[in-house]
Ligand binder design. Structure first.
Ligand SMILES: Cc1cc2nc3c(=O)[nH]c(=O)nc-3n(C[C@H](O)[C@H](O)[C@H](O)COP(=O)(O)OP(=O)(O)OC[C@H]3O[C@@H](n4cnc5c(N)ncnc54)[C@H](O)[C@@H]3O)c2cc1C
Length: 222
């Protein structure tokens, strides 16, 4: 089903990631980790449907999306989204499963691949059920880390930020490779949730399966 919803607020949370809060239609529901397809409600754009993940929780009075903007892709949807202001309209569609929490384990995210985990971790935090979960969140530079403060405040030392492209980073600069996983994972029988760019998800899934683990994963970017 398609519903037209208004933007309530739109603000940058990093230099290139914008958080949109939208009106929530009565009775609209979803579970943490689910996504939907959004379009800009404009004749030139309404048929361009791109998937985005809910970062709000089902009981919040608004819908929230946390979206990485690609200004170098002027014909892309996210560049259009970046120009919208409160009161502008989006087309919202039904929620569908992207990734689902099945029990404590390791969350491995790259870039905007953190978004399904934001919803899942916020939900677990509300329920005081975060114990036993650990996050490895990889980005190119320190300033790319989405909601770093909130992730640290929820998970403390179990939120580990990895930086791949900045030598003077204040964070860990190791790659998430086999040596890293062998050093950092104490139990390969736990759940693994992986979300990020294609190459990262493929590489990590291959390593995990070689180490006897089975990951739930979603590919976000080419
Ligand atoms: C289930 C799911 C949920 C998602 N949820 C979120 C979310 O919550 N937040 C979020 O930020 N993103 C999310 N994404 C990713 C998001 O859908 C895309 O990043 C977005 O649709 C890109 O749209 P665009 O039209 O602006 O960019 P595009 O025009 O498609 O381009 C995006 C970037 O990719 C590059 N690119 C395009 N095509 C190629 C190619 N063939 N090879 C290499 N590079 C290419 C472009 O140069 C540009 O830099 C999700 C994806 C999926 C599958």
């Amino acid at each position: 089903m398609e519903t037209i919803v208004n933007i309530i607020s739109a603000q940058y949370v990093t230099h290139n990631v914008k958080q949109f809060r939208l009106q929530k239609p009565a009775g609209f529901t979803f579970t943490p980790g689910q996504a939907t397809e959004l379009s800009v409600n404009h004749p030139d754009w309404k048929d361009k449907k791109n998937p985005f993940t809910f970062t709000s929780l089902a009981h919040d009075p608004y819908l929230e999306f946390t979206i990485k903007i690609y200004p170098d892709s002027p014909e892309g949807v996210t560049n259009q989204l970046s120009k919208l202001v409160p009161g502008d309209e989006l087309i919202l569609r039904d929620a569908w499963g992207a990734i689902e929490y099945k029990g404590p384990g390791y969350f491995i995210a790259g870039g905007a691949g953190i978004t399904p985990f934001i919803a899942i971790l916020r939900d677990l935090n509300n329920q005081r059920k975060l114990a036993g979960n650990k996050l490895f969140f990889s980005n190119k530079t320190d300033k790319d880390i989405i909601l770093a403060d909130e992730l640290k405040s929820m998970l403390g030392p179990d939120a580990v930020f990895l930086i791949s492209g900045q030598k003077d980073s204040i964070h860990d600069t190791r790659r998430i490779d086999e040596a890293f996983l062998k050093a950092e994972v104490s139990d390969f029988t736990k759940h693994f949730y992986v979300c990020g760019p294609d190459a990262m998800v493929e590489e990590i899934n291959g390593i995990l399966s070689g180490l006897g683990a089975d990951a739930d994963s979603v590919v976000f970017e080419k």
